[in-house]
Write a new protein. Structure first.
Length: 366
Protein backbone atom coordinates (compact mmCIF):
# COMPACT_ATOMS: atom_id res chain seq x y z
CA UNK A 1 0.00 0.00 0.00
CA UNK A 2 1.15 3.55 -0.71
CA UNK A 3 1.38 6.42 1.72
CA UNK A 4 -1.18 9.22 1.52
CA UNK A 5 -0.68 12.77 2.81
CA UNK A 6 -3.40 14.99 4.20
CA UNK A 7 -3.40 18.68 5.12
CA UNK A 8 -5.99 20.35 7.34
CA UNK A 9 -6.27 24.06 8.20
CA UNK A 10 -7.82 25.11 11.51
CA UNK A 11 -8.64 28.56 12.96
CA UNK A 12 -7.01 29.74 16.19
CA UNK A 13 -8.70 32.07 18.68
CA UNK A 14 -5.49 32.33 20.74
CA UNK A 15 -1.93 30.96 20.72
CA UNK A 16 -3.03 28.08 22.97
CA UNK A 17 -6.29 27.28 21.16
CA UNK A 18 -5.93 23.65 20.10
CA UNK A 19 -9.67 22.96 20.28
CA UNK A 20 -10.26 22.55 16.54
CA UNK A 21 -7.61 19.84 16.19
CA UNK A 22 -8.76 18.20 19.43
CA UNK A 23 -12.30 18.05 18.03
CA UNK A 24 -11.04 16.54 14.76
CA UNK A 25 -9.23 13.85 16.79
CA UNK A 26 -12.39 13.14 18.79
CA UNK A 27 -14.36 12.78 15.55
CA UNK A 28 -11.78 10.34 14.22
CA UNK A 29 -10.77 12.57 11.32
CA UNK A 30 -7.18 12.73 12.56
CA UNK A 31 -5.17 10.05 14.32
CA UNK A 32 -2.46 11.65 16.46
CA UNK A 33 0.11 9.08 15.37
CA UNK A 34 -0.35 10.24 11.75
CA UNK A 35 0.70 13.85 12.41
CA UNK A 36 4.19 14.74 11.21
CA UNK A 37 4.06 18.53 11.44
CA UNK A 38 1.98 21.43 12.71
CA UNK A 39 2.59 24.85 11.18
CA UNK A 40 1.07 27.82 12.94
CA UNK A 41 0.67 31.56 12.59
CA UNK A 42 0.51 33.15 16.04
CA UNK A 43 -0.30 36.76 16.88
CA UNK A 44 2.97 37.72 18.57
CA UNK A 45 5.57 40.12 17.24
CA UNK A 46 7.62 37.48 15.43
CA UNK A 47 10.81 38.79 17.06
CA UNK A 48 13.20 37.37 19.66
CA UNK A 49 10.81 37.79 22.59
CA UNK A 50 7.75 36.40 20.81
CA UNK A 51 6.75 33.76 23.35
CA UNK A 52 3.43 33.07 21.63
CA UNK A 53 5.40 30.53 19.58
CA UNK A 54 6.61 28.58 22.61
CA UNK A 55 3.16 28.97 24.19
CA UNK A 56 1.55 27.41 21.12
CA UNK A 57 4.06 24.55 20.98
CA UNK A 58 3.49 23.76 24.66
CA UNK A 59 -0.29 23.82 24.16
CA UNK A 60 -0.08 21.35 21.27
CA UNK A 61 2.35 19.12 23.13
CA UNK A 62 0.04 19.06 26.15
CA UNK A 63 -3.05 18.26 24.10
CA UNK A 64 -1.39 15.64 21.91
CA UNK A 65 0.39 14.22 24.96
CA UNK A 66 -2.98 12.86 26.04
CA UNK A 67 -2.79 10.52 23.05
CA UNK A 68 0.95 9.99 22.48
CA UNK A 69 4.18 9.16 24.22
CA UNK A 70 6.98 11.69 24.62
CA UNK A 71 8.97 9.81 21.97
CA UNK A 72 6.07 10.14 19.52
CA UNK A 73 5.74 13.84 20.26
CA UNK A 74 9.45 14.35 19.59
CA UNK A 75 9.10 13.32 15.96
CA UNK A 76 6.48 16.02 15.18
CA UNK A 77 7.76 19.31 13.79
CA UNK A 78 5.98 22.16 15.56
CA UNK A 79 6.77 25.16 13.37
CA UNK A 80 5.27 28.33 14.81
CA UNK A 81 5.66 31.56 12.87
CA UNK A 82 4.92 34.63 14.95
CA UNK A 83 3.25 37.70 13.54
CA UNK A 84 -0.20 38.17 11.99
CA UNK A 85 0.09 41.82 11.08
CA UNK A 86 -2.54 43.56 8.99
CA UNK A 87 -5.42 41.25 8.15
CA UNK A 88 -3.56 37.94 8.56
CA UNK A 89 -5.59 35.40 10.54
CA UNK A 90 -3.99 33.19 13.22
CA UNK A 91 -4.36 29.55 12.23
CA UNK A 92 -2.83 26.07 12.30
CA UNK A 93 -1.98 23.75 9.39
CA UNK A 94 -1.75 20.07 10.30
CA UNK A 95 0.23 17.74 8.04
CA UNK A 96 -0.41 14.02 8.35
CA UNK A 97 0.54 10.78 6.64
CA UNK A 98 -1.61 7.65 6.59
CA UNK A 99 -1.84 4.43 4.63
CA UNK A 100 -3.60 4.90 1.30
CA UNK A 101 -4.58 2.79 -1.66
CA UNK A 102 -2.41 1.75 -4.57
CA UNK A 103 -0.75 4.58 -6.53
CA UNK A 104 -2.40 5.57 -9.79
CA UNK A 105 -0.08 4.83 -12.73
CA UNK A 106 1.17 8.03 -14.34
CA UNK A 107 -0.10 10.21 -11.50
CA UNK A 108 1.87 11.87 -8.70
CA UNK A 109 0.61 12.96 -5.29
CA UNK A 110 1.76 15.04 -2.35
CA UNK A 111 4.63 13.44 -0.43
CA UNK A 112 5.74 14.58 3.04
CA UNK A 113 8.42 13.90 5.62
CA UNK A 114 9.77 15.71 8.66
CA UNK A 115 13.08 15.40 10.52
CA UNK A 116 14.97 17.08 13.35
CA UNK A 117 18.67 17.84 13.55
CA UNK A 118 20.95 17.66 16.59
CA UNK A 119 21.19 20.85 18.63
CA UNK A 120 23.22 23.59 16.95
CA UNK A 121 25.99 25.12 19.07
CA UNK A 122 25.69 28.88 19.27
CA UNK A 123 28.97 29.65 17.50
CA UNK A 124 27.85 27.68 14.42
CA UNK A 125 24.63 29.65 13.98
CA UNK A 126 24.75 31.81 10.86
CA UNK A 127 27.85 30.06 9.60
CA UNK A 128 28.80 27.35 7.12
CA UNK A 129 28.36 24.62 9.74
CA UNK A 130 24.67 25.47 9.99
CA UNK A 131 24.36 25.39 6.19
CA UNK A 132 25.87 21.89 6.09
CA UNK A 133 23.72 20.62 8.98
CA UNK A 134 20.50 21.75 7.31
CA UNK A 135 21.56 20.39 3.91
CA UNK A 136 22.19 16.94 5.39
CA UNK A 137 18.83 16.98 7.18
CA UNK A 138 16.92 18.02 4.04
CA UNK A 139 18.49 15.15 2.09
CA UNK A 140 17.45 12.81 4.93
CA UNK A 141 13.87 14.07 4.78
CA UNK A 142 13.79 13.68 1.00
CA UNK A 143 14.93 10.08 1.37
CA UNK A 144 12.25 9.39 3.98
CA UNK A 145 9.59 10.84 1.66
CA UNK A 146 10.90 8.88 -1.32
CA UNK A 147 11.65 12.08 -3.25
CA UNK A 148 14.57 10.94 -5.37
CA UNK A 149 15.04 14.11 -7.42
CA UNK A 150 15.37 17.70 -6.16
CA UNK A 151 13.06 18.67 -9.03
CA UNK A 152 10.23 16.85 -7.22
CA UNK A 153 10.57 19.05 -4.12
CA UNK A 154 8.35 22.14 -3.97
CA UNK A 155 8.64 23.32 -0.37
CA UNK A 156 11.06 22.92 2.51
CA UNK A 157 10.03 24.41 5.84
CA UNK A 158 12.80 24.93 8.38
CA UNK A 159 12.32 26.10 11.94
CA UNK A 160 15.75 27.20 13.15
CA UNK A 161 17.16 28.52 16.44
CA UNK A 162 18.25 32.04 17.31
CA UNK A 163 20.69 33.55 19.76
CA UNK A 164 19.78 34.92 23.17
CA UNK A 165 22.22 36.80 25.39
CA UNK A 166 22.42 33.72 27.61
CA UNK A 167 23.45 31.55 24.64
CA UNK A 168 25.96 34.17 23.45
CA UNK A 169 27.54 34.49 26.88
CA UNK A 170 27.74 30.70 27.27
CA UNK A 171 29.61 30.48 23.96
CA UNK A 172 31.99 33.26 24.97
CA UNK A 173 32.61 31.58 28.32
CA UNK A 174 33.98 28.53 26.50
CA UNK A 175 36.19 30.71 24.31
CA UNK A 176 33.96 30.77 21.22
CA UNK A 177 32.62 33.74 19.30
CA UNK A 178 29.17 33.94 17.72
CA UNK A 179 28.48 35.26 14.23
CA UNK A 180 26.60 38.24 15.71
CA UNK A 181 25.91 39.61 19.19
CA UNK A 182 22.64 41.30 18.25
CA UNK A 183 19.89 38.81 19.09
CA UNK A 184 17.45 40.24 16.52
CA UNK A 185 20.09 40.03 13.78
CA UNK A 186 20.73 36.42 14.83
CA UNK A 187 17.26 35.54 13.57
CA UNK A 188 18.19 36.76 10.08
CA UNK A 189 21.55 35.00 9.85
CA UNK A 190 20.00 31.77 11.14
CA UNK A 191 17.20 31.96 8.58
CA UNK A 192 19.73 32.83 5.87
CA UNK A 193 22.13 29.99 6.66
CA UNK A 194 19.22 27.53 6.87
CA UNK A 195 17.90 28.68 3.48
CA UNK A 196 21.32 28.23 1.91
CA UNK A 197 21.35 24.72 3.39
CA UNK A 198 18.13 23.97 1.52
CA UNK A 199 19.66 25.39 -1.67
CA UNK A 200 22.67 23.10 -1.24
CA UNK A 201 20.47 20.04 -0.66
CA UNK A 202 18.41 20.81 -3.78
CA UNK A 203 21.47 21.37 -5.96
CA UNK A 204 20.93 25.11 -6.42
CA UNK A 205 24.25 26.05 -4.79
CA UNK A 206 27.39 23.96 -4.19
CA UNK A 207 28.52 23.68 -0.58
CA UNK A 208 32.04 24.53 -1.80
CA UNK A 209 30.75 27.97 -2.80
CA UNK A 210 29.41 28.74 0.67
CA UNK A 211 31.60 30.77 3.00
CA UNK A 212 30.69 32.56 6.20
CA UNK A 213 31.09 35.96 4.62
CA UNK A 214 28.35 35.49 2.00
CA UNK A 215 25.61 34.66 4.55
CA UNK A 216 23.19 37.60 4.66
CA UNK A 217 25.54 39.62 2.46
CA UNK A 218 25.43 38.14 -1.05
CA UNK A 219 21.74 38.36 -1.94
CA UNK A 220 22.32 36.92 -5.41
CA UNK A 221 22.58 33.46 -3.86
CA UNK A 222 19.25 32.07 -2.76
CA UNK A 223 17.00 29.04 -2.51
CA UNK A 224 13.82 28.92 -4.57
CA UNK A 225 11.88 26.45 -2.42
CA UNK A 226 12.98 27.23 1.15
CA UNK A 227 10.92 28.81 3.92
CA UNK A 228 12.86 29.34 7.14
CA UNK A 229 11.68 30.76 10.43
CA UNK A 230 13.72 31.38 13.59
CA UNK A 231 12.49 30.98 17.15
CA UNK A 232 13.65 31.10 20.74
CA UNK A 233 11.79 27.90 21.57
CA UNK A 234 14.32 25.42 20.12
CA UNK A 235 18.04 24.70 19.78
CA UNK A 236 17.85 22.32 16.83
CA UNK A 237 16.14 22.51 13.42
CA UNK A 238 12.69 21.15 12.65
CA UNK A 239 12.41 20.46 8.93
CA UNK A 240 9.50 19.39 6.73
CA UNK A 241 9.88 18.55 3.04
CA UNK A 242 6.92 18.53 0.65
CA UNK A 243 6.97 17.38 -2.96
CA UNK A 244 5.26 15.24 -5.57
CA UNK A 245 5.88 11.52 -5.96
CA UNK A 246 4.39 8.67 -8.06
CA UNK A 247 4.87 6.37 -5.06
CA UNK A 248 2.28 8.29 -3.01
CA UNK A 249 -1.47 8.36 -3.45
CA UNK A 250 -4.38 10.66 -2.67
CA UNK A 251 -6.00 13.81 -4.05
CA UNK A 252 -3.52 16.40 -2.75
CA UNK A 253 -0.96 18.16 -4.93
CA UNK A 254 1.58 20.92 -4.38
CA UNK A 255 3.10 23.44 -6.78
CA UNK A 256 5.34 26.42 -6.25
CA UNK A 257 6.85 29.57 -7.68
CA UNK A 258 9.06 32.50 -6.74
CA UNK A 259 7.74 36.02 -6.23
CA UNK A 260 10.28 38.51 -7.58
CA UNK A 261 9.01 41.29 -5.33
CA UNK A 262 6.39 41.91 -2.64
CA UNK A 263 3.51 42.49 -5.07
CA UNK A 264 4.39 39.83 -7.65
CA UNK A 265 1.34 37.60 -7.35
CA UNK A 266 1.61 36.14 -10.85
CA UNK A 267 3.80 33.15 -9.82
CA UNK A 268 1.03 32.21 -7.38
CA UNK A 269 -1.60 32.52 -10.09
CA UNK A 270 0.54 30.40 -12.43
CA UNK A 271 0.99 27.70 -9.77
CA UNK A 272 -2.76 27.68 -9.16
CA UNK A 273 -3.37 27.16 -12.88
CA UNK A 274 -0.98 24.21 -12.94
CA UNK A 275 -2.96 22.78 -10.02
CA UNK A 276 -6.22 23.08 -11.93
CA UNK A 277 -7.52 26.40 -10.55
CA UNK A 278 -7.25 28.93 -13.35
CA UNK A 279 -8.41 32.46 -12.57
CA UNK A 280 -7.86 35.89 -14.08
CA UNK A 281 -9.06 37.65 -10.93
CA UNK A 282 -9.62 36.61 -7.33
CA UNK A 283 -10.13 32.87 -6.81
CA UNK A 284 -13.91 32.25 -6.97
CA UNK A 285 -15.60 31.36 -3.69
CA UNK A 286 -16.56 27.91 -4.99
CA UNK A 287 -12.90 27.06 -5.65
CA UNK A 288 -11.42 28.28 -2.37
CA UNK A 289 -12.25 25.16 -0.30
CA UNK A 290 -9.98 23.16 -2.62
CA UNK A 291 -6.96 25.18 -1.41
CA UNK A 292 -5.59 23.45 1.67
CA UNK A 293 -2.63 25.74 2.35
CA UNK A 294 -0.84 28.82 1.04
CA UNK A 295 2.79 29.01 2.21
CA UNK A 296 4.82 32.13 1.44
CA UNK A 297 7.80 34.22 2.52
CA UNK A 298 7.95 38.00 2.83
CA UNK A 299 10.94 40.33 2.91
CA UNK A 300 11.60 44.06 2.74
CA UNK A 301 13.83 44.70 -0.27
CA UNK A 302 17.32 45.76 0.79
CA UNK A 303 17.32 48.22 -2.11
CA UNK A 304 14.70 50.27 -0.28
CA UNK A 305 12.49 50.22 -3.35
CA UNK A 306 9.63 48.25 -4.85
CA UNK A 307 9.48 48.60 -8.64
CA UNK A 308 11.39 51.85 -8.41
CA UNK A 309 9.26 53.37 -5.67
CA UNK A 310 10.73 54.05 -2.21
CA UNK A 311 9.52 52.04 0.80
CA UNK A 312 10.23 52.83 4.46
CA UNK A 313 10.17 49.32 5.92
CA UNK A 314 13.91 49.39 6.64
CA UNK A 315 13.79 52.91 8.11
CA UNK A 316 11.09 52.35 10.71
CA UNK A 317 12.71 52.25 14.16
CA UNK A 318 9.42 51.35 15.88
CA UNK A 319 8.34 48.32 13.85
CA UNK A 320 10.63 45.60 12.49
CA UNK A 321 10.75 45.40 8.69
CA UNK A 322 9.71 41.76 8.88
CA UNK A 323 6.42 42.83 10.44
CA UNK A 324 5.78 45.39 7.70
CA UNK A 325 6.62 42.85 5.00
CA UNK A 326 4.36 40.12 6.42
CA UNK A 327 1.31 42.37 6.46
CA UNK A 328 2.07 43.85 3.04
CA UNK A 329 2.64 40.55 1.21
CA UNK A 330 -0.29 38.91 3.01
CA UNK A 331 -2.58 41.67 1.75
CA UNK A 332 -1.40 41.22 -1.81
CA UNK A 333 -1.90 37.45 -1.66
CA UNK A 334 -5.26 37.66 0.13
CA UNK A 335 -6.49 39.75 -2.79
CA UNK A 336 -5.74 36.82 -5.06
CA UNK A 337 -6.86 33.91 -2.88
CA UNK A 338 -9.89 35.53 -1.24
CA UNK A 339 -9.09 34.49 2.33
CA UNK A 340 -6.74 35.62 5.09
CA UNK A 341 -5.56 32.48 6.89
CA UNK A 342 -2.36 32.42 4.84
CA UNK A 343 0.95 31.11 6.18
CA UNK A 344 3.02 34.20 5.35
CA UNK A 345 6.32 34.26 7.21
CA UNK A 346 8.56 37.30 7.47
CA UNK A 347 12.32 37.30 6.97
CA UNK A 348 13.21 35.82 3.57
CA UNK A 349 17.00 36.04 3.71
CA UNK A 350 18.36 33.92 0.82
CA UNK A 351 14.79 32.74 0.15
CA UNK A 352 14.09 34.00 -3.34
CA UNK A 353 15.53 37.20 -4.77
CA UNK A 354 15.94 40.32 -2.67
CA UNK A 355 12.49 41.65 -1.78
CA UNK A 356 10.70 38.58 -3.14
CA UNK A 357 10.23 35.06 -1.86
CA UNK A 358 9.03 31.53 -2.58
CA UNK A 359 5.36 30.58 -2.51
CA UNK A 360 3.84 27.09 -2.43
CA UNK A 361 0.20 26.05 -2.71
CA UNK A 362 -1.43 22.75 -1.75
CA UNK A 363 -4.78 21.86 -3.31
CA UNK A 364 -7.26 19.01 -3.28
CA UNK A 365 -7.74 17.78 -6.86
CA UNK A 366 -10.73 15.56 -6.10
Amino acid sequence: MARQAYVLRFPASAPNDTSALAAAITRGEVLPREIIAVLGKTEGNGCVNDFTRAFAVEAFRTMLGLHMTEADLARIAFVMSGGTEGGLSPHWIVFGVREGGAPTPGRTALALASVRTPDLVAEHLGRRQQVAMVADAVRNAMAQAGLTSPADVHYVQVKCPLLTMERIEAAEARGARTAVRDTLKSMGVSRGASALGVAVALGEIAIEDITDDIICRDWHRFATRAATSAGVELLDHEIMVAGMSPAWTGPLAIDSGVMTDAIDIEPAREALARLGIATTGQVPAAQRPKIRAVLAKAEAAQSGRIRGQRHIMLDDSDISSTRHARGFVAGALAGLFGFTDLFVSGGAEHQGPDGGGPIAIIVDRS
